[in-house]
Design a protein around this ligand. Structure first.
Ligand code: HEC
Length: 121
């Protein structure tokens, strides 16, 4: 009984194997993927860190990464983030530029924004 019930399963596997092989060799069919809207930009600012952040922080990923950080994020958070980018991902950012970028980020995307989103709520 048990042997008989397993047999059909085995034969299905044997038949299926060449099919998978053919699928792997088939020409790649175009795939469509949904990307998030790419309109995310760093907030414009007269601070010197704006240009530096544009040069150093959106080379690998979009500004969305900064926009999704908590608006309450204070300087040490942004400082750790910039250093993390350098240490972990080898971001080419001058040590001297880090405090300038952090100053910009905390004042435009973090805790020191003049008008924080939801600040009046
Ligand atoms: C060398 C490439 C590179 C550069 C330059 C870079 N980052 Fe990143 N960043 C990454 C990678 C890789 C991740 C992780 C992506 C993931 O996990 O999906 C990341 C993630 C982030 C995140 C999301 C939170 C996190 O910890 O994963 C923030 C915020 C961020 N980066 C900010 C910055 C800022 C600010 C700068 C400029 C000071 C910067 N990045 C420059 C590569 C870079």
């Amino acid at each position: 009984m048990s042997t008989a019930s397993r047999l059909p399963t085995l034969s299905k596997l044997v038949v299926a194997a060449p099919f998978y092989g053919a699928a792997a060799l088939a020409p790649a069919t175009p795939k469509s993927i949904e990307l998030p809207p790419d309109g995310a930009l760093l907030k414009a600012s007269a601070l010197p860190g704006y240009a530096k952040a544009q040069a150093s922080c959106v080379a690998c990923h979009s500004a969305e990464y900064m926009l999704y950080q908590p608006p309450t994020a204070a300087s040490p958070y942004w400082d750790a983030m910039a250093k993390r980018m350098k240490l972990v991902f080898s971001a080419p950012i001058d040590d001297a530029d880090v405090p300038v970028i952090v100053d910009y980020l905390v004042k435009t995307h973090g805790a020191e924004q003049p008008t924080r989103p939801n600040a009046a709520d």
